[in-house]
Design a protein around this ligand. Structure first.
Ligand SMILES: Nc1nc2c(c(=O)[nH]1)N[C@H]1C(S)=C(S)[C@@H](COP(=O)(O)OP(=O)(O)OC[C@H]3O[C@@H](n4cnc5c(=O)[nH]c(N)nc54)[C@H](O)[C@@H]3O)O[C@H]1N2
Ligand SMILES: Nc1nc2c(c(=O)[nH]1)N[C@H]1C(S)=C(S)[C@@H](COP(=O)(O)OP(=O)(O)OC[C@H]3O[C@@H](n4cnc5c(=O)[nH]c(N)nc54)[C@H](O)[C@@H]3O)O[C@H]1N2
Ligand code: SF4
Ligand SMILES: [Mo]
Length: 682
């Protein structure tokens, strides 16, 4: 008889699904979505429905290994954990003595979203060591900064309330691909007469399912939002009462957007002026109206301002008042856990007497090749595959191949980054370790206990850093804390959203809704103002709502565009998770494809199925053309991210993306990238 255990999907996805797993004789036999969870509702996305394939994959890393070949070659020999830990402790100590502790750099992101394994004992370890701090900007920092400026806090409409909306706009949001558990609520709303629109430079599955799709030029969203404000204020379609009570700076805003005529925005965005007018009228005139803004918008040079401008729209129309109205980008800040107690930044004082330097993870190539005072001499990578996912890949690979760099990689699979490790250490999956999960697409806090035994000699990140702390002689009591101690500490923030949520209750119920509203009632975060600002108002600050086109765009640097006339976006693949499932053939095919318009293909003599070379000054990448109507002329789209080692030239699309950062928030600009494409003759 199979025993049914609970777990939580740890992948970097807003849905943070509640899972049920059938376990027979210690082996998982079936994985499914928890039917009782209000957002998971009994189903999983395609990639995780097959997660047991990954769990028991023959290429899973099971033992500690040491490099025997050249860096990047991927040849290793087995060693023991004792040898591995002693070597690492010795090397880190040596680097710290010779170059200073800041010559050590951690590199991690969201391979797992479990809080302890994402950033728990590792943070304590590196703070106590006095290592450089990593600024974790790779995904969402520009959007987070823009949203915070608009709302003062990063949360918004509950997914469950989308069912009440009458107009839903997916703005840079591939809901069917990256946030599929929102979809049933949209289906329900549409059944009740709601319209569903998409705003995106590509028409993916979500766009194809929309009532209307607006092809927008990459990186021009702020111009569209400003022109919508022009129409809304000019035609007095705003909610005067809401604006009066809960916002500031309206008069200046109205003045400021006067020059943002639909004609002007049409030139920049590629959306016809009449369509912009119509969209603005419909948006302001429909109640409830909700915007699902996702992170696609903020991966461009003007991404932070674009996010901020869009996030101001519901305050103008008063959409926040309605159940099912408003905006959702992220819900993550509602989980007011005691993360400072978990991460212990104060430990840096003991090591350095000050804060350690901060290194932007989007600049890994620069950090490894150019940083001085001190240079990076040791790199510890976990929860991430920078050789594939970081921009300016050629610089990153050059850095990872430095003979004088000591690199440790904790992984489940032998990724491109793992190939560059001096020591490669095997990690558990989320089905095998304990963790606590907040979500960025709903308001349920969840706990997962190990559902399956850890195979071979795999260890969780938490356990690894606990052991390494011991080897380094760190005696602070926090290094002895158990997983449960750490979770209890996290829950003890005293915030009312967490009151009554204890570890015992989470063990019993697995998933608990935050106390964001009274039970059974919807959460209307800003219906009565209550923005996260000092005075609780939403501040328009019109003077900062400026737009200039990205340097790497059709209206940017003309000389560059003459050489590289196509705007490349490399959004999320349909069936993987960044590079996590890069070993699967299906994910590999998806990410080995460049989508071109018929015009651009014809002009280059390219047909679907042809091998092509996509290139710019930073690098090149070999892909297969697909001429499928997904993009308009001038734009090409390559789903991200391939494992470079599966490509004939060893490169993924990030060989083309650059080091330029977003307007504010310090994010990478993956989707502001000019390229050329050529067919490869045989
Ligand atoms: N299947 C799958 N799901 C995933 C992931 C995955 O790799 N695969 N990754 C996960 C991660 S890490 C994240 S951060 C989330 C992200 O989730 P999303 O933000 O939904 O994903 P993106 O593909 O980055 O961007 C969404 C859409 O924005 C569009 N876009 C690109 N540039 C622009 C622009 O300038 N303006 C507008 N309006 N749209 C633009 C893209 O074409 C894309 O369709 O998804 C998570 N879920
Ligand atoms: N061109 C382009 N590049 C992009 C993006 C894009 O849209 N276009 N998206 C960017 C975004 S939004 C993001 S979030 C980043 C994602 O970049 P990464 O965070 O590097 O994400 P993944 O590629 O999913 O790699 C995560 C790795 O963590 C490992 N892992 C999973 N769980 C654990 C664990 O418990 N312990 C350890 N040690 N390892 C674990 C997995 O095996 C996997 O190899 O990529 C960015 N790069
Ligand atoms: S990746 Fe997202 S949709 Fe798929 S199971 Fe995990 S949380 Fe759910
Ligand atoms: Mo991300």
């Amino acid at each position: 008889m199979a025993e049914i255990r609970h777990s939580v999907c740890a992948l970097d996805c807003p849905d943070c699904c509640s899972l049920l797993i059938n376990v027979e004789d210690g082996r998982g036999s079936r994985l499914r979505g928890n039917p009782e969870h209000a957002v998971t509702r009994g189903f999983l996305c395609g990639k995780v429905a097959q997660y047991l394939e990954r769990e028991y994959h023959p290429e899973r890393l099971l033992y500690p290994q040491r490099r025997v070949g050249a860096k990047g070659e991927g040849r290793f020999e087995r060693i023991t954990w004792d040898e591995a830990l002693d070597t690492i402790a010795g090397r880190l100590r040596g680097v710290a003595e010779e170059f200073g502790s800041e010559a050590i750099l951690p590199y991690s992101y969201a391979g797992t979203m479990g809080i302890l394994n994402f950033g728990g004992m590792d943070r304590r370890f590196f703070h106590r060591l006095g290592a450089s701090r990593l600024d974790r900007t790779i995904c969402a920092s520009a959007g987070a900064a823009g949203l915070t400026q608009a709302l003062g806090v990063r949360y918004g409409v509950e997914p469950e309330q989308f069912r009440h909306a009458k107009l839903i706009i997916a703005w840079g949001a591939n809901i069917l691909g990256t946030n599929v558990h929102l979809w049933p609520f949209i289906v329900e709303a549409r059944r009740n007469g709601a319209k569903f629109y998409t705003i995106d430079p590509q028409k993916n599955r979500t766009g194809a399912a929309a009532d209307k799709h607006f092809f927008i030029n990459p990186g021009s969203d702020a111009a569209l939002a400003l022109a919508m404000m022009h129409v809304i204020t000019g035609e007095k379609l705003h909610d005067a009462e809401y604006v009066e009570r809960h916002t500031s700076g309206f008069a200046e805003l109205r003045e400021h957007v006067r020059e943002w005529t639909p004609q002007r925005a049409a030139e920049l965005t590629g959306i016809a002026a009449e369509e912009i007018v119509q969209l603005a009228r419909e948006y302001a005139g429909t109640r409830p109206a909700v915007i699902r803004l996702n992170y696609g918008v903020q991966r461009s040079e003007r991404g932070a301002t674009a996010t901020r401008t869009i996030a101001l729209l519901p305050a103008l129309t008063g959409a926040w008042k309605d159940v099912g109205g408003g905006l959702q980008l992220s819900t993550s800040q509602a989980f007011y856990l005691n993360t400072s107690g978990l991460e212990r930044e104060d430990l840096q004082q003991a090591a350095l007497g000050r804060e350690a330097r901060l290194v932007n993870m989007a600049h890994l190539g620069k950090a490894l090749n150019e940083l001085a005072g001190p240079p990076v001499k040791a790199l510890v990578v976990y929860n991430s595959n920078p050789a594939a996912i970081a921009p300016n890949q050629n610089a990153v690979l050059r850095g990872l191949r430095r003979e004088d760099l000591f690199t440790v990689v904790l992984e489940q699979f032998q990724t491109d980054t793992a190939d560059h490790a001096d020591l490669l250490l095997p990690s558990t999956t989320f089905l095998e370790h304990t963790d606590l999960y907040k979500a960025y697409g709903h308001y349920y806090l969840q706990l997962a206990r190990p559902a399956l035994p850890a195979p071979g000699e795999t260890k969780s990140n938490v356990e690894f850093f606990r052991l390494l702390g011991e080897r380094m002689g760190f005696t602070d009591p926090c290094f002895q804390e158990s997983d449960d101690d750490m979770m209890r500490g996290l829950l003890a923030s005293g915030h009312p959203f967490l009151s009554g949520i204890t570890l015992e209750r989470l063990d019993r119920e697995h998933s608990v809704r935050l106390n964001v509203s009274r039970e059974g009632e919807p959460f209307l975060p800003f219906a009565e103002g209550n923005f996260g600002t000092a005075d609780g108002k939403c501040h328009f600050h019109a003077e900062a709502l400026v737009y200039t086109p990205p340097v790497e765009s059709r209206h940017g640097d003309a000389a560059l565009r003459a050489k590289y006339p196509l705007e490349l976006i490399s959004p999320k693949n349909e069936d993987s998770m960044n590079s996590t499932f890069g070993y699967r053939d299906k994910a590999d095919r998806d990410t080995a494809t460049v989508h071109l318009s018929a015009d651009d293909a014809a002009a280059r003599g390219i047909q679907s199925g042809d091998a092509v070379r996509v290139y710019n000054d930073r690098g090149a990448c070999l892909l297969q053309a697909d001429v499928d109507g997904r993009v308009r002329p001038g734009v090409v789209c390559v789903p991200a991210v391939r494992w470079g080692k599966r490509a004939p030239d060893g490169r993924s699309i990030n060989a083309l993306t650059g080091d330029r950062l977003t307007d504010f928030g310090g994010g990478p600009t993956f989707y502001s990238c000019l390229v050329q494409v050529e067919g490869i003759g045989d």
